[in-house]
Write a protein that binds this ligand. Sequence first.
Ligand code: SF4
Length: 211
Amino acid sequence: MYSDDDYIMLSAINHYVHCPRRCGLIHVYGLWSDNMFTSRGNIMHERADSEENEWRDEKHIVRSLIVISKRLGLSGKADIVEFTDDDGIIIPYPVEYKSGKPKKNISDSAQLCAQAMCLEEMMNLSIEKAAFYYGTPRKRYEIDITEGLRNATEDIIIKVHDMVKNRKVPEAKYEKKCNTCSLKDLCMPGTGRKKVSWYIKGLYSTNEEAS
Ligand code: SF4
């Protein structure tokens, strides 16, 4: 069980799978910067957030629902949760909006699985399926919340907690994905010698002190 101060955000799971350093820069050092890709995602989430909760085809659609798990030390927001009544049992079905296309890694699936596990704990039930709505193409993709995905997600959550608690952010290492990373200018991958503390010092010092 985690204390309130130790909770990590659902998005940290996604960031960690994409790049542990990106996760550390955001969730340990509190850095952020938008680029074309993150701005697209913001617009898509704003659209999902701006609409009201509603009833549609026997489903109660709730938007921007806050979810938490005390067991996993997690909190965040579910874009959409569709609730259906199955003979008196309310079944939640989380739907996460993503601006891009389905990923080859489990970053999105692990984040959605964590959302489902939060809802399970909050409602004391089991969730077997969830879905993404990807902007490219504009289509839903359903996923199974399998045992394997749950285990992989919990492993990632433990690693993120460890990183945040010990403030251990990996050094920058240039990879192809760095080209589209919104934190590239803050991270400076490929510069090799420089350590995180140098970057942080530079951000909060005058130009002269940081040089
Ligand atoms: S620039 Fe590269 S190493 Fe740095 S945070 Fe982004 S993806 Fe990670």
